[in-house]
Design a protein around this ligand. Structure first.
Ligand code: ATP
Length: 438
């Protein structure tokens, strides 16, 4: 059984800063707590996480379509969804040091985790996590708007629009990737819990009688997605919620959990939400959000299975699962063993020296590869150090253009994980890489 590695946390935070993966936001002004900016390398990686999800959930299926709904929404949506009344966390204050905590996350219900004082925590108050703002120049009740705390409602309120325009019928799903905002009481653990984050959610609409079977299906599919993208199975588990954890409308929820440095924690929740959401919107909007099954001549409200994942949190799990240190020639080599689809750059082109006769053809080679993949080109420092830099950001292949290349029109390709090298004629490089980066 794998054990959590508490030191891994700082290593990932440092690597992220050092290599342009994730920066603390507004750093030159002293930082803005719990907000992060994704740097040149992190931007690529986060995009790859989202693309890999989209590929599996939309591109490779014929029963899921996409949506990109607005982030700002009127109170009516959140009244119907139940978020205005219920999207709260229990907040307690420490009378001794003034720190605020989420009561349901306390290890000891009477002790303040900040100062250690016992018996000084206030009674919990329910704190709504939605960010409220105003739309338009006049500040009155009619101008109130909310930043969405989840992407899911976009799918429910567009259910009829999508059915009418896509000709899909249950079982079918609507997928969306985008930003969500929650005024978390205790953000922390780097990008694990932030107030602004990105979600990847699917709402899968099914005939009521098939919900249980589809719930099981999506639990397995989603668990397998992480395994297929390189997270070792001993660092992943599917944990069904106990009856006391379930929301009132859910007849089953399982979390896909990853073994983070602080222990097992949620990556994604898969929930059987029944007909709760559509029924709420039918009631509050007065619209008919049912599905009419012409063949059976019956009308019904589909049930919904929801796999809801976090893109930013998943990226952090990939960084942690991929991080490895090994000793090579008495030196420590840090390598991110990322699945090639997640790796920020797929290939780096490195001229052996800075001599113009090498640089020019090396740049030409990079230009040949760029239409196919994200390519890093680096002519600085000694070749060994450049390999190490690419290892640290998980680049699967490095191509070195050396003096022999001028004669034999061939290059050396080095594999990130094994460090094995092969010599290949330049015209064969695209096919060779295509075979390995599928
Ligand atoms: P928690 O109980 O930890 O606050 P949750 O169970 O309310 O989270 P969901 O509403 O199920 O979370 O959200 C689905 C997914 O969105 C989570 O599994 C997570 O990956 C991501 N997510 C939720 N909140 C945050 C956050 N504050 N920062 C980053 N990712 C988040």
């Amino acid at each position: 059984m794998a054990e959590p590695d508490p030191q891994l946390f700082d290593k990932i935070v440092n690597l992220s800063k050092r290599r342009g993966i994730v920066f603390p936001s507004a750093e030159i002004y002293g930082g803005f707590r719990s907000a992060y900016d994704y740097g040149p390398v992190g931007t690529l990686m986060l995009r790859n996480v989202k693309d890999a999800w989209w590929r599996s959930m939309v591109q490779l299926r014929s029963d899921v379509v996409g949506l990109d709904a607005s982030i700002l929404s009127p109170p009516a949506v959140w009244e119907a969804s139940g978020h205005l009344a219920n999207f709260t966390d229990p907040l307690v204050d420490c009378r001794h040091c003034g720190a605020r905590h989420r009561q349901d996350k306390l290890e000891d219900p009477v002790q303040c985790p900040t100062c250690g004082t016992r018996g000084e925590l206030t009674e919990p108050r329910q704190f709504n996590l939605m960010f409220e703002t105003q739309a338009g120049p006049v500040k009155d009740a009619g101008a109130v708007a909310y930043l969405r705390p989840e992407t899911a409602q976009g799918m429910f309120i567009n259910f009829a629009n999508v059915v009418n325009t896509s000709r899909k019928k249950p079982p079918f799903g609507i997928a969306q990737i985008g930003k969500s905002f929650r005024n978390e009481i205790t953000p922390g653990n780097f990008v694990f819990r932030t107030r602004e984050f990105e979600q990847m959610e699917l709402e899968f609409f099914v005939p009521p009688g098939d919900a249980e079977q589809w719930y099981e299906y999506w639990c397995q599919e989603r668990y397998q997605w992480y395994v297929d993208h390189g997270i070792p199975a001993d660092k992943l588990r599917l944990r069904p919620h106990g009856p006391d954890e379930l929301s009132h409308y859910s007849s089953g929820t399982s979390d896909v959990e990853f073994l983070f440095p602080w222990g097992w924690d949620e990556l994604e929740g898969v929930a059987n939400r029944g007909d709760y959401d559509l029924t709420q919107h039918i009631e509050y909007s007065g619209q008919r959000l049912e599905y009419f099954d012409q063949a059976a001549n019956e009308r019904y409200v589909p049930h919904v299975i929801e796999p809801a994942a976090g893109a930013t949190r998943t990226m952090m799990a990939f960084l942690m699962a991929g991080y490895d240190e090994e000793t090579v020639n008495d030196e420590t080599r840090t390598v991110l063993r990322l699945h090639h689809r997640i790796a920020p750059y797929k290939v780096a082109v490195l001229p052996l020296s800075k001599k113009p006769e090498l640089i020019e053809p090396a740049k030409d080679l990079a230009a040949t590869l760029q239409p196919h993949w994200m390519v890093d080109y680096d002519e600085t420092q000694a070749i060994g150090r450049r390999y190490r830099r690419q290892d640290e950001i998980g680049t699967p292949f490095c191509i070195t253009y050396d003096f022999d290349s001028l004669e034999d029109k061939a290059v050396t390709i080095r594999d990130r994980d094994s460090m094995d090298q092969v010599r290949l004629p330049i015209p064969d490089v695209v096919d060779w890489l295509s075979e390995r980066l599928k």
